[in-house]
Design a protein around this ligand. Structure first.
Ligand SMILES: [Zn+2]
Length: 295
């Protein structure tokens, strides 16, 4: 299994969730062993994707130091994990990734448009060797060894449209596109009103999120899946693991986890050097299985 980048440069324009302004995004191929590199275009700042460069995780995952930081990278990174991209330049003309429709499907389509290019060096993956777990205020996130990536998530919201939802799936690019990529982010209208009063979430609308009031879903088109909420949490977790800079191979399980807790999980993993290993895919004993799941 070889490293991958994209065949040609592509670009997209979308609204910034917080600024409410149009944001231009350009994806370009990169040579082998470059990794995923963000460029904050307005300041010409280059920021390599790694957990140490994540500076905030409260409302969204933010990479780089403000004012030259890029916010809300998680949905984009989720698509990068699914497409097994190793090397890519991501130039953003603004302080946040465009929100698109609140899921990762637009980024998947952009990667399809660019095409995937195999490169002439073997790919490395991050294999989980020992269980690592973080807990906080009744929330939990953990990683444990598995032959290929598996995701489990449970959420519980005291809300008539959500309630308790659990989702488990064995990752493959095909399963991701069919079951996860179209699941949108969601927000409660009272939270949005508060955020907008402090000049955040100015771009939030029913075009880029599931909106909820106290009794139900506000979007006239309804939900894309009955359990769209928990599926979106898996979309987020996939992106949060990609912050490690590699496709993670192991079983992820979470109860009510957040970007913050997922970030703490990646940091705890890196502190335990016997809990993981960076492996060249040909040397990984389940490599045949992996070629199938990332195909
Ligand atoms: Zn999200």
């Amino acid at each position: 299994m070889f490293q991958q980048t994209i065949k040609k440069s592509v670009e997209a324009v979308g609204i910034g969730l917080h600024s409410g302004e149009p944001i231009r995004l350009i994806l370009e191929p990169m040579p082998v062993d470059s990794g995923i590199v963000f460029v904050h275009a307005n300041s010409n700042t280059t920021i390599k994707l790694k957990p140490q460069n994540i500076t905030e995780t409260k409302l969204a995952t933010v990479i780089g130091k403000r004012p030259n930081a890029i916010s809300t990278i998680e949905h984009f990174l989720s698509a990068i994990y699914a497409y097994a991209i190793d090397n890519l330049k991501v130039t953003v003309y603004g302080n946040e990734m465009p929100v698109m429709d609140g899921s990762s499907i637009s980024f998947c389509m952009l990667l399809d448009e660019a095409g995937i290019a195999k490169q002439n060096r073997t790919k490395s993956i991050l294999v989980i060797k020992k269980e690592v777990k973080v807990e906080q205020d009744g929330k939990m996130a953990m990683l444990k060894p598995a032959k290929s990536p598996i995701f489990n998530f449970t959420i519980k919201f005291d809300h008539p449209a959500i309630g308790e939802q659990s989702f488990r799936y064995k990752f493959s690019k095909k399963n991701y596109i069919e079951q996860i990529a179209r699941a949108r982010t969601f927000g409660f209208s009272r939270d949005i009103q508060y955020l907008q009063s402090i000049n955040l979430a100015l771009g939030a609308s029913l075009e880029n999120a599931i909106g909820l009031d106290d009794s139900g879903v506000l979007n006239p088109e309804g939900l894309r899946f009955k359990d769209e909420f928990v599926r979106h949490k898996i979309l987020d977790a996939t992106g949060d693991l990609m912050v490690l800079g590699y496709q993670v191979v192991g079983e992820y399980s979470a109860v009510a986890s957040s970007h913050e807790l997922n970030h703490l999980l990646t940091l705890k993993l890196l502190e335990n050097s016997n809990a993981y290993e960076i492996v060249r895919v040909p040397e990984y004993k389940e490599s045949k299985e992996l070629v199938k799941v990332f195909a």
